[in-house]
Design a protein around this ligand. Structure first.
Ligand code: NAP
Length: 236
């Protein structure tokens, strides 16, 4: 490990929540490994203590190489931030089923695969913390968003089961459940949800960073399994 820095793997680091977590943790002196497909975006964050490891999280080979790289370079990983995710919504008549299935693959299958692979390492090294970016829609549903909600319910279910499995150990799992955050997630929407949901001041990624730091600042005996953060105007 370079300079005793704690080592963090951040997926979805090329934009939005993952990008802001990366910027903040870099400023706080962590050793980072950043993952996402858009290498040019990750390169904007590269420095002596921030490595970029671009690739598609759906590739098993990529995931294996990513973990191998981290443990070859640093021989440890302290945090996994699961920020990679997509959002597909639509009515029964309109939803793009292929894109919906692709979302399920990223949000559930690939995220779970990476989580289990890292947790095996965390258990072996005797420490480690998985911080999942879930959603308020991991706790409730909305018409047209059932599949997306299901991916976040799945993340919540896995996290709670893992918490029980890991209880009493130094390895932990937390879920952050944001309401609407201004990121690229809704960039292709004809009407942005801040209009359709009447949310005048959505959260910004800095609000999520504050929650991340709150979770990371807790003493060793404290666990934060889940924490919800909503904009003031959130009504449903
Ligand atoms: N924004 C919100 O209102 C909100 C609210 C609650 C929860 N969330 C959750 O927060 C997480 C982050 O979303 P965001 O709002 O920050 O959206 P975003 O700006 O669109 O970021 C999504 C990230 O996921 C990465 N990604 C997507 N598919 C990938 C793939 N196949 N392989 C590797 N990386 C992939 C993207 O990178 P590349 O495209 O470069 O690969 C990007 O870095 C998501 O899980 C989302 O569900 C967001």
């Amino acid at each position: 490990m370079k300079d005793n820095k704690k080592v963090c793997l951040i997926t979805g680091a090329s934009s939005g929540i993952g990008y802001s977590i990366a910027k903040a943790l870099s400023a706080d002196g962590y050793q980072l490994i950043l993952s996402a497909r858009r290498e040019e975006k990750l390169n904007g964050l590269k420095n002596d203590f921030t490595d970029v490891f671009p690739g598609d999280i759906n590739s098993v080979e990529y995931q294996d190489k990513l973990i191998e790289y981290i443990y070859n370079q640093y021989d440890r990983c302290d945090y996994l931030f699961n920020c990679a995710g997509t959002l597909e919504t639509g009515t029964i008549d309109d939803i793009d089923i292929e894109r919906m299935c692709a979302m399920m693959r990223v949000n559930v299958e690939s995220t779970f695969r990476l989580t289990y692979a890292l947790l095996k390492r965390f258990k072996k090294q005797g420490f480690g913390h998985v911080i999942n970016i879930s959603s308020v829609l991991g706790t409730k549903v909305r018409p047209t968003a059932g599949a997306y909600s299901a991916t976040k319910f799945a993340m919540e279910a896995l996290s709670e089961a893992l918490r029980l499995e890991l209880a009493g150990s130094a390895v932990q799992v937390s879920c952050i459940e944001p309401g609407l955050v201004m990121t690229e997630l809704h960039k292709n929407w004809a009407v942005h949800p801040k209009e359709s949901m009447g949310i005048h001041e959505p959260l910004n990624t800095g609000d999520i960073v504050c929650i991340v730091k709150f979770i990371m600042d807790q003493p060793a005996n404290v666990r934060i399994p889940k924490i919800m953060i909503l904009p003031r105007d959130h009504k449903i």
